[in-house]
Design a binder for this molecule. Sequence first.
Ligand code: NZQ
Ligand code: ZN
Length: 399
Amino acid sequence: MIVAEQGTDMDNFVHDIPTKYYFGKGGIEHLPEALKQYGKTVLLTYGGGSIKRMGLYDTVVKMLTEHDFTIIECSGVEPNPRIETVARGAALCRRHHVDVVLSVGGGSTLDCAKAIACGAYYEGTDFWQMVLDGEECRKALPLVDIITLAATGSEFNSGGVITNLATKQKIGASFTFPQVSIADPTYTFTVPAYQTAAGSADIMSHIMECYFNRVTNADLSDAMEEGILKSVIRNLPIALENPQDYEARANLLWDSSIACSGLAAYGQRHTGWSCHALEHELSAFYDITHGVGLAILTPRWLEYILTKDSTVMPRIAQFARNVWGIEEADDEKAARMGIRALHDFFKAMGIPMTLTEVGIDDLHFEDMARDLDVMRGGLLKAYVPLTHDDVVAIYRMCL
Ligand code: NZQ
Ligand code: ZN
């Protein structure tokens, strides 16, 4: 039996988030001053066109032109951004002597911009190797972003997740923090229902990956995490019903920034982020929406670990009671009711809740589990350690 190396005392932590963060309506007025401290040549990265449809592209270009910036464009960043786009952006930075990278869009655009900012200084030619060596990326161009989707929290952390479809790998690395992030909830009004729900599942997952922890006495973390989960549960249905509800969009956006910043989990120990590890394999093989994969996996993972290791029962019961308001004295019953509530919530929000519904069968389960064996030995030290067979079993529960 493999035992997770986890203590139960509150863990040490360092608070170090160097990002200047403007939250709220009109934050874009700070864009010129944010950029100009770094120079005049800007690499503008964006995705497949949503920022054009919502008018934000025109606003940004007008603003930068009026302030005499030179704009180099890197458009077409894909959801689950590709390594080829990182290479293209880095080449543009070098060719045009870019001073600062500006990302306008969702987490994919921002993650790609982070890798590009590092790629501009990368001495090798194999950018995939740069991603694999991510922890060693120490020098990067300055980065400013306007975030348009509440999901990843990339605007408030240094992480980036890049996909290599050729090798069927999706790898997260620590690239660089944005120097400035502009988070205006009105820019999220146009996010379609599917992405709004998926993004919210991602926010919840960032919390749950930490909340299910052997450290159960970090009171502030527990309260923040339960608070963020309750905020998403309260605000997501409102945002789906009325996409222009400012309060709902604002709450979701701030929830997302904090949820993946590490801040809500200070004092808790690293848990292996099991669902993210399993989901990144699904995305790498099938290019599915990250948050949807997490929504499908998380209730099954909880069910699986509850059966495998009953020591997690009180914590899942706490989740059921404090987050879902379940009034059940028996821990096991409460825990199972909490897991059901999570599943049913995602389903009610319109998320397809089986792998079959998103076109995935069992063909590659063994391959994905094998990749996780190699790449993520971390799962053997997870909250509940997961072996190769455990991973396959969880995928099967999701069919
Ligand atoms: O490409 P465009 O045209 O911009 O359209 C996007 C895309 O189709 C659209 N969209 C974004 N903002 C919009 C909008 N449509 C209308 N109105 C708006 N305001 O939404 C679609 C999805 O966008 P994407 O950026 O892919 O979504 P998300 O922010 O959820 O990012 C997902 C990526 O982030 C990674 C995921 O693995 C995935 O690759 N993650 C990054 C993390 C981080 N950096 O900390 C942590 C996460 O766990 C996650 O792994
Ligand atoms: Zn995520």
